[in-house]
Design a protein around this ligand. Structure first.
Ligand SMILES: NC(=O)C1=CN([C@@H]2O[C@H](COP(=O)(O)OP(=O)(O)OC[C@H]3O[C@@H](n4cnc5c(N)ncnc54)[C@H](O)[C@@H]3O)[C@@H](O)[C@H]2O)C=CC1
Ligand SMILES: O=C(O)[C@@H]1CCC=N1
Length: 266
């Protein structure tokens, strides 16, 4: 595989770093182009991958091309991608609100397109990614792309229509989790801990709780109950959070991201 990134910012860059770290691709087989040429040179020197001067050069060099630009850049980049697209290439878009159909509109309906919704924990090999394809991508080609996302965390194939839900539950959700960690740490600071130590206590507790869910398979509701000793401290916290509408608040945040994703796709 010759893998290209058109745009390697927060998300594309996290995938790039995570995949290189997995050791499943050689640095010489990775190509990147970006808008800011100084930043591009710096990134490519740091990671030992190939900088491309423009999209045309990258398209010539690669057979799997990650579209890592913001959704509003698609009208600018896609004509350049389309000019060099050939049937041996697969386009992989990570953009929120940009449908497979709209990408086909630029490149042609025979184009091989995979749409993914990853998240930035890709950088530490803990991404959650949904992967969807159009009918032009055969199983072998799909597996080669799926493998990229499996190597940087967990990946699941889903129907494209589920992507709005994926954005709410995993694409955007690291942001809400950081809010939770920060709020917890700030509360600890108010009770005498320094911020650095408080952040470690809060973040490690989130990491441990998430691992318990994934590794034991026990329902999070039961795991919550297991922490609540009768007449103890946790039940007081749980009752207070319930009374103050914790679940409703999380759902409202999720729904706002989902609604925006739907709106962007129109
Ligand atoms: N940041 C996140 O947590 C997630 C982002 N995404 C999607 O990933 C995409 C990128 O988002 P971010 O990485 O956050 O944005 P970003 O702004 O950090 O990165 C965008 C990159 O595109 C490059 N770029 C802009 N115009 C270009 C051009 N004409 N040619 C080549 N490169 C160009 C920029 O230099 C920059 O490196 C978006 O479509 C977003 O919807 C998806 C899931 C999560
Ligand atoms: O905020 C955004 O639009 C992107 C998509 C999911 C996470 N970040």
């Amino acid at each position: 595989m010759k893998l290209g990134f058109i745009g390697a910012g927060n998300m594309g860059g996290a995938i790039l770093r995570g995949y290189l770290a997995s050791g499943r691709i050689q640095h010489k087989d990775v190509f990147v182009c970006g808008r800011d040429l100084d930043k591009l040179e710096k990134l490519c020197t740091e990671l030992g991958v190939n900088p491309c001067q423009n999209i045309s050069e990258l398209m010539d060099a690669c057979n799997v091309i990650m579209l890592g630009v913001k959704p509003n850049m698609f009208p600018e980049i896609m004509p350049q991608v389309a000019e060099k697209y050939s049937s041996d290439k697969i386009l992989v878009s990570m953009a929120a609100g940009v449908t497979i159909e709209s990408i086909s509109g630029f490149v042609g309906k025979e184009a091989k397109i995979v749409r993914v919704m990853p998240n930035t924990p890709a950088m530490v090999n803990e991404a959650m990614t949904s992967v969807s394809r159009n009918k032009n991508v055969d199983d072998e080609q799909f597996v080669s792309v799926f493998d990229i996302f499996q190597s940087i965390g967990k990946a699941e194939e889903v129907e494209e229509q589920l992507i709005h839900c994926v954005i709410g539950v995993s694409g955007s959700s690291p942001a809400y989790t950081y809010m939770y960690i920060d709020a917890l740490a700030e509360a600890a600071v108010k009770n005498g801990m320094n911020k650095e130590q408080a952040t470690i206590f809060a973040a490690q507790s989130v990491l441990g709780a998430a691992k318990m869910v994934l590794e034991t398979g026990v329902d999070p509701v039961q795991l919550r109950i297991n922490v609540c000793s009768p007449g103890g401290t946790t039940i007081e916290a749980v009752k207070t959070l319930q009374e103050k509408g914790f679940s409703e608040l999380v759902e409202a945040g999720f729904q706002a991201a989902v609604d925006k994703s739907r709106l962007m796709s129109k």
